[in-house]
Design a binder for this molecule. Sequence first.
Ligand code: HEC
Ligand code: HEC
Ligand code: HEC
Ligand code: HEC
Length: 223
Amino acid sequence: MPRIASLIFVCLIASMVAAALVAPPQRNTDGSPAAEATLESNALADESSADAPTHPKPPTFAVTVRRPDGPPRIELAGSDPQGRSGTVACSTCHSVRPPDLQNRTAATLNEFHQGMQFNHGTIACYSCHNPDDADSLRLADGTRVDYSDVMTLCSQCHGPQATSFAHGAHGGMNGFWDLSRGPQTKNNCIDCHDPHAPSFPKMIVGFKPKDRFNAPHPEPEPH
Ligand code: HEC
Ligand code: HEC
Ligand code: HEC
Ligand code: HEC
């Protein structure tokens, strides 16, 4: 008899464990039972599916990235006999001049654009400029890029920095970090990096970092 009783007891425990495994109690992150939330949202959905937000999203303000207005232009060196000065578009000369792929660095420029500072890895002028349209840039696959979208070009070769820029770890920002509180403004890559000589000048810090290892210690503790 006691044997049967213990067998029944074991079966009872086993079925309880099985039930718990089959239907584990579900909870939402806020601790409220999930079943209730589902019921609630179902009820709301039945009544009016249009306005049933259980957690209304806060408004999100815009992120604005500064961009250049358009293609650069060449400033005329002097003024004409009428005293007029001004600028010319790149295409003014380059639409009638076949691209010279031998001009890869500033060193071979002697007819025009002399004395340009150029120091950007081993890439050539036409890694960025568009040989088919001087008033635009170009990606490696031939896609035309407007000067105002220059960051698309930079991002093609500098993926890690572009990713860091996108989530705010590179390039800085002004305004609100929390976009539910206000808008944000960011610099363009070329606000900080000259596309022809992009290396950022090394800076000297005004004060030394606190050296907590080599600083004189008042009383070395015995070990
Ligand atoms: C007044 C005419 C003129 C204008 C305006 C001009 N260029 Fe040029 N450009 C030249 C000449 C000439 C060369 C060739 C220089 C050499 O080989 O010594 C050249 C060379 C270049 C090259 C090197 C590749 C090649 O085909 O020789 C690039 C890139 C370039 N120009 C870009 C530009 C851009 C961008 C602009 C506008 C901001 C511009 N140019 C405006 C005359 C011009
Ligand atoms: C990394 C991409 C890149 C390369 C490589 C590059 N450029 Fe540029 N270049 C640009 C961009 C972007 C601008 C526009 C800058 C701006 O709007 O301030 C520009 C502007 C210019 C301009 C007009 C403004 C200025 O600085 O005089 C000339 C001329 C020019 N490039 C010529 C050249 C020549 C010649 C070469 C090769 C020796 C070259 N570029 C290589 C991206 C590049
Ligand atoms: C076609 C590929 C290409 C494009 C487009 C390009 N870069 Fe670069 N960039 C390079 C290479 C290659 C180097 C050299 C990397 C090295 O030396 O380790 C470099 C180096 C740099 C550096 C580091 C310089 C240093 O001394 O540490 C900066 C900053 C930079 N690029 C910014 C830009 C910006 C801004 C643009 C867009 C205007 C741009 N790059 C477009 C290929 C590119
Ligand atoms: C607010 C200014 C600023 C902006 C905007 C900015 N950078 Fe930089 N960038 C820097 C500084 C500062 C460094 C560090 C230079 C150093 O360590 O010597 C740097 C370094 C780099 C380097 C060298 C490698 C590295 O990470 O140290 C690359 C490549 C680069 N930036 C690409 C970009 C590109 C591409 C963009 C646009 C998506 C961009 N940067 C936007 C300021 C800026």
